[in-house]
Design a protein around this ligand. Structure first.
Ligand SMILES: Nc1ncnc2c1ncn2[C@@H]1O[C@H](COP(=O)(O)OP(=O)(O)OP(=O)(O)O)[C@@H](O)[C@H]1O
Length: 670
């Protein structure tokens, strides 16, 4: 069947539902299979909590303060982070909630603050009755995001049905070529340090009527360039919506814009924003507005009523206080809605996550341009939430790095559609095929400008990924091209600190990969390699001994089981050392990066490593030193990419051969 824009929308809706189901099922399965104690062991729940306080917070929410019940000094290890959706449950309830639905005795809230001894959860209303020492908090799947994705697609369906004449729809969905007004030249760059390719990208973006792509390979100043584009748009009197798929991506831009006094407003839950950008959040601006003092008074009245409620035992009086609270909350919300609408309506630049662009506060707002950072990591439906609010869209990202994470196998990794929507079968589209990918396939390179100078890596670290992923177009800026670990103060010149790229080949060591078992001893889906763990330990020790600070080193690997093993082996000895998955390290950088490939088997199976964009992310994180630890025979057996990379390292960098001696010699380094 040939795809049309309408069928494309239906396919997106189908994929979103598959993904929602997968996430909800995974959470429900975990909850169904685990007792509360097991959930706590998996770090998804905190049991035996006591309510130590409750006050009124921003938005009239009830800020519930919880601590370990008497007798315990701190929480056990857990994964609760500010911004997580959680349910607060009575601790004596035998039944664990399986679906993320709120109810009176199981309200859903958002984690506001976390410390070793205190957890603050923002709830829509105060807890009914006295919960005393009998609470637990359980992490939930966040279902709201999927509702917003569906909203974006249904809105698109409506616009198509209504034959909406917006030219951005023609370009994004109906195959029309985008237009560029080349008279819109920039006569003065506000940042004089922009390089040539960055200037070309700014110029191109400002000339777009409907669509422009800024392709930013690793370390090429994508955020730097977007900052200039936003400042130029504001100088031209335009209203701009700036979004990214994650809060970090948005905060990054707020931080870059702040020194330039750009009139901006950051929307989003303050619990999820960086402390450095809180002053730009809507909540902070509401607080400091003229209406802020009035709102503060209403809040105080609410707190007084809450305090009375906690002392009062008589049912009739309690009901009266509840009535007062309801009235006060209503007044608070009405006043707040008014001041919020004014602040958003007057803001020239609004920044929020893509899914945050569809909150009630944003309904009806329109912008001249929507800028989407990290667009190659955002779901297409997510991008549409922002696109519905603008006439022109600028996408910035790198499609040669990892696409958005998709949980469901059915919704991901399908065959890549050929070119345009019209002509491809709808089933060819998957969730990890992004709008960025699609626009490049549909319109070709004419809709993008690529940033060409990178400011991160030594030229030898850059060379292979540049050749393989970026048509050998990248250049290392002079300030980084020759930078080695040994140039850092306090670092001795050794055979490790003087080489930018080294591959420690484990091919003949017999260090075979192992499959991680689950708690019942069944094979799981992650892998580890004990020999490589020992080799990582060896290399870290040598770098540290040469004077490299542990917090300048990151150890990354594609497999979570290997992350766990490496943490067990090294965390205690080097607390500041960063150890994590490749996926979690996208967008980050370190002076030295050690990459453990894990795979070592007779068949040449490479699993996760067959996604070369993952490897691209991994090998473009270091500034001065990249050490790869891996079995060249396994990874090169059936995957030409790894054969080429290994050949490149042996011709232009350094191959070393691992042996048990290295590992046994570890005691010399202790
Ligand atoms: N024209 C420039 N002159 C000097 N330094 C620059 C220039 N452009 C970018 N940089 C520096 O390069 C580094 C990377 O820039 P930036 O964070 O904007 O890149 P990015 O492309 O967003 O990064 P990522 O690869 O993480 O997506 C920063 O330290 C920035 O200060």
């Amino acid at each position: 069947m040939v795809c049309t824009p309408e069928l494309f929308v239906e396919r997106q809706l189908e994929l979103i539902e598959i993904e929602r189901k997968e996430e909800v099922e995974r959470t429900a399965l975990l909850r169904a299979q685990c007792s509360p104690q097991q959930l706590q062991q998996h770090c998804h729940a905190l049991l035996a909590l006591q309510v130590t306080g409750s006050r009124t917070g921003l938005g009239g929410k009830c800020m519930l303060e919880l601590s370990p019940a008497t007798g315990k000094s701190a929480f056990p290890p857990h994964l609760m982070r500010p911004g997580d959706v959680v349910s607060v449950e009575r601790g004596d309830s035998k039944v664990m909630a399986q679906a993320p639905a709120s109810s009176a005795d199981r309200p859903i809230g958002v984690v506001w603050r976390v410390s070793d001894t205190r957890l603050v959860v923002a709830l829509p209303e105060e807890l009914p009755g006295d919960w005393g020492n009998r609470c637990r908090v359980v992490q939930m799947a966040n279902d709201v995001t999927y509702d917003r994705l569906c909203w974006a697609m249904r809105r698109l369906r409506e616009r198509l049905e209504a034959n909406d004449p917006a030219s951005v729809l023609d370009v994004l969905l109906r195959g029309r070529e985008p237009r560029y007004d080349h008279r819109a030249v920039v006569d003065r760059y506000l940042d004089p340090t922009l390089d040539d390719s960055q200037r070309a990208a700014v110029q191109f973006a400002l000339s777009a009527d409907e669509l422009a792509l800024v392709h930013g390979p690793p370390g090429t100043g994508k955020t730097y360039t977007l900052t200039e584009i936003i400042r130029q748009l504001v100088a031209r009197g335009k209203r701009v919506l700036v979004c990214g798929p994650s809060n970090v991506s948005v905060d990054n831009l707020v931080e870059r814009l702040a020194p330039h006094k750009v009139p901006m407003l950051r929307l989003g839950h303050p619990a999820r924003t960086l402390p450095s950008v809180v002053a730009y959040t809507l909540d902070a601006r509401v607080r400091h507005s003229n209406q802020g003092a009035v709102l503060q008074d209403v809040r105080q009245d609410m707190d007084t009523a809450l305090a009375r409620l906690s002392r009062c035992k008589q049912q009739r009086e309690r009901r009266t206080i509840y009535g007062e609270l309801r009235q006060l909350r209503k007044e608070y919300r009405q006043r707040e809605a008014k001041v919020t609408a004014e602040l958003i309506g007057n803001a020239r630049v609004v920044l929020c996550t893509l899914s945050g662009a569809d909150t009630r506060k944003m309904r009806g707002e329109m912008f001249d341009v929507a800028i989407i950072d990290e667009a190659a990591q955002a779901l297409e439906a997510e991008c549409w939430i922002a696109i519905h609010k603008a006439r022109c869209v600028i996408l910035a990202g790198d499609h040669c790095q990892l696409p958005p994470t998709v949980l469901s196998v059915k919704a991901a990794s399908g065959a890549r559609p050929a070119a345009t929507i019209v002509g491809d079968a709808p089933a060819a589209y998957t969730l990890d095929y992004t709008l960025f990918d699609r626009m490049l396939a549909q319109h070709g390179d004419t809709v993008k400008r690529m940033l060409l100078t990178q400011y991160r890596m030594h030229r030898d670290i850059m060379a292979f990924p540049s050749g393989h992923f970026y048509d050998a177009k990248l250049q290392a800026h002079a300030s980084v091209a020759e930078r080695l670990l040994t140039d850092k103060i306090g670092v001795a010149a050794t055979e490790d600190t003087e080489v930018p790229v080294v591959w420690i080949d484990t091919a003949d060591c017999g260090w075979l990969e192992r499959v991680e078992e689950d708690t019942r001893g069944r094979p799981g889906d992650s892998r580890y390699n004990e020999g490589e763990v020992a080799m990582v330990k060896h290399h870290v020790a040598r770098l540290v001994q040469a004077g490299v600070a542990a917090d300048d080193i990151a150890v990354i690997t594609p497999y979570n089981a290997q992350v766990g093993r490496i943490r067990d082996a090294l965390r205690e000895r080097y607390p500041p050392l960063e150890i994590g998955s490749v996926d979690g390290f996208q967008g980050r950088e370190k002076e030295a990066v050690i990459l453990s490939l894990v795979r070592s088997n007779d068949t040449g199976a490479v699993g996760f490593l067959s996604e070369h964009r993952r490897t691209n992310v991994a090998i473009t994180r270091p500034r001065r030193h990249l050490c790869v630890i891996g079995d060249s025979e396994t990874v090169g057996q059936s995957d030409a990419f790894y054969r080429h990379w290994y050949a490149w390292v042996s011709d232009h960098a350094e191959i070393r051969y691992a042996s048990a001696d290295h590992v046994d010699a570890d005691h010399l380094l202790d």
